[in-house]
Structure formats: C-alpha cells, structure tokens
Write a protein of this length. Structure first.
Length: 279
C-alpha cells in the first residue's frame, strides 16, 4: 500500500456504482469534513434522494457509537455514509441496517482477500486477522421526518492504509493484514455489496430471515458461541454464553444461572470476552 495513496477519482467511482451500472443514485467525494454522517443527515433534511453516498478523504470530528470519536488521517481509510429511505420497511426492522452493513463489509473483504480471517463482533465491528483486530466501525442515525420522508444515514469508517504503529491498541487495517487492493477497488466492491444486501432486505420488507440476512450474519458473527461480559449503562454486567441473534437483531445471552436475556445494541456500553474483560 502506498505511503501517500492517491485521491479517489469521483467520476470513476460514479461510473462504477451509480445507475445504470450499479444501484446507487448519487455519490460525492469531499476532501475533508467534520463528519460524513452529519453532512448527509443535513442533506437528507434538504431532500437528498434515496441511495445517496458521501465519501470524505479526511474526517476530523467523526463519531462512533455512544459518541466515541472516529477520525481518519487523510487518504488512510475509507470514510463514507449512505442514505437509505426504505419505503415499506417497518420502523422496528431498521435496527438491522448496521448489522446488514457489517455483513456487507465482511462479504467485500472476503472477496478482496479470500484467505484473510474475517468476522464480526456483535453488533457490527469488523474483525480481521488471527488476532481479530478491529478494522471498521459503523454508526446508523435516523433522519429528520421532514425532507423527503424518514430514512437512515449509515456511516462506515474502514482502516485501509494505516500501519500497525499508527493504530490504537486492538485495531488493525487492511494494509496491516497484507491486503494490497487500492482504495478505489475497495470502495466499489464495498458499495456493490452494500447495495445488493440492502436491496434484498428491502424487497422482503426488512425481514431478516426472508432476505437471508440473519443466517448470513450468524455465519460471520465471531461473538456467537463465546463467553461474553455485557456492560450496561447502569453499571451492572451480564456474563454468559452468546447463543444467538434473534429476529430483531438482539444478542441472546445464556447466563450461568440458566436465565436467557435478549440484549439490544442500544442497551450496551461494552461487549467484551468474559475471560478478558479489559478488551
């Protein structure tokens, strides 16, 4: 991977992913922004169309889940947000979109690097390599009711070119795992998988079982079958076996007491391995 990757070419990306070649309706690339999610949420309020994409070469004030910071050095990663307005999908099924994006990420990386170990930490962190380092984060936010109807803006931050020395503990990148694909190929491959997954899910009215999303998510999810510690906002913790993901995307945890609990992503501060609670 080049030390100073070339900028993304807007017109090449548009040719590859917009209709009629691909399924997206709009795509823009900006040199720098505070947050692609914030920018696209504002655009959605002004009436931006369904299946719009915004990519930033550098993001300086991005946020992850629970307002954790997510920044990207210029051209070291892929920082993108997409707007979906899935008409006909009940609101209680929209929580599957971040998990859908995780599956699309895993699908894309498997296509680009077939031999690289890939998994998902519930609900949607991308894990790469034998040590399962975190390579990407996902954040979904509801749009305002005005401006073209309800929708979801979903942001993805993927570490691409950063070296291991430039990353925080526990994180990794595609370059650190030996992936040589360039950012344009990664972007077009990922957007193709995102479009296909969301279109299938939308066609079934957001039914995660009918679309095959839940079964595919289970296959990618490295959390299932492991002992976990679920830390909640109240300060208490649930420790037990991560058994399954239910039709609503909640993690089913079997505690040592035999009690089974369904845990929603919004109810969790941290999910850690039970034997390594500091991770």
């Amino acid at each position: 991977m080049d030390a100073d990757p070339a900028p993304l070419d807007l017109w090449s990306l548009r040719t590859a992913v917009l209709r009629p070649t691909g399924g997206w309706n709009a795509l823009d690339v900006v040199e720098q922004t505070g947050s692609t999610n914030a920018d696209l949420l504002a655009a959605a309020a002004r009436g931006a169309e369904d299946r719009s994409v915004l990519i930033a070469e550098e993001q300086v004030t991005g946020r992850g889940r629970l307002d954790r910071r997510w920044t990207s050095r210029a051209r070291a990663g892929l920082t993108m947000s997409m707007l979906w307005r899935p008409e006909g999908v009940p609101a209680d099924r929209l929580g599957w979109l971040p998990m859908l994006a995780g599956v699309a990420l895993a699908d894309a990386i498997r296509e680009l690097a077939p031999d690289l170990p890939v998994g998902l930490k519930w609900p949607n962190d991308l894990l790469l390599g034998p040590a399962r380092g975190k390579a990407a984060g996902i954040l979904a936010e509801m749009t305002a009711v005005s401006g073209g109807g309800p929708g979801v803006v979903l942001g993805i931050g993927l570490n691409v070119a950063a070296s291991a020395n430039d990353l925080p503990w526990g994180a990794t990148s595609l370059a650190a795992q030996g992936v040589t694909a360039g950012r344009p190929e990664i972007a077009t491959t990922l957007l193709a998988h995102l479009y296909r997954r969301e279109a299938q899910w939308r066609e079934t009215g957001g039914d995660a079982d009918a679309s095959g999303l839940r079964s595919d998510y289970r296959a990618w999810c490295a959390t299932l079958g492991s002992q976990v510690r679920v830390e909640r906002p109240s300060g208490d913790a649930l420790i037990g076996m991560a058994e399954d993901v239910d039709p609503h995307g909640r993690l089913l945890v079997l505690a040592d007491s035999g009690e089974r609990s369904a845990v929603a992503a919004g109810d969790v501060v941290h999910l850690r391995p039970a034997e390594h609670p500091d991770r």
